[in-house]
Write a protein that binds this ligand. Structure first.
Ligand SMILES: [Zn+2]
Ligand SMILES: [Zn+2]
Length: 129
């Protein structure tokens, strides 16, 4: 056995022992992604709620959407006349408009910054400090 490496229990790639857990980042993301998909499928949520629920950066969720990996089931049968619960603006999904979501998100920022995250994001945050 290598001293500084262990095997990912899923794909058996070697990962650094410095890395917490037994699953490599790629497999972690896959697992996370399937959970996210499941969550979206069974809840009426938007990307802000997804990011919040899984404590992942909104950017990541948006990327998945951009890549077409996530689709909102509600999208097509949307839902003329759905309005934001806070300000009454029309919304495409969820119960709050993006502005109000951002506001809530902003208030939760402290939680986001201290939450455990995937490694790459952690690195980025360190640079920002
Ligand atoms: Zn793996
Ligand atoms: Zn609103």
């Amino acid at each position: 056995m290598l001293e500084n490496a262990k095997e990912c229990t899923i794909c058996h790639r070697l990962i650094s022992t410095k890395f917490e857990g037994d699953i490599c980042p790629a497999c972690q993301e896959e697992m996370l992604f399937s959970k996210v998909k499941e969550y979206i499928r069974s809840n009426r949520v938007n990307e802000y709620m997804v990011a919040d629920h899984f404590q992942i950066p909104l950017k990541k969720v948006k990327n998945w959407i951009k890549e077409g990996r996530i689709e909102y089931v509600e999208k097509d049968k949307q839902i003329v006349g759905t309005k934001c619960e806070r300000c009454g603006k029309p919304v495409t999904f969820g119960v709050l408009c993006p502005d109000c979501m951002r506001l809530l998100n902003y208030n939760n920022k402290q939680i986001h910054l201290t939450a455990p995250d995937l490694n790459t994001e952690k690195d980025k945050m360190r640079f920002l400090e």
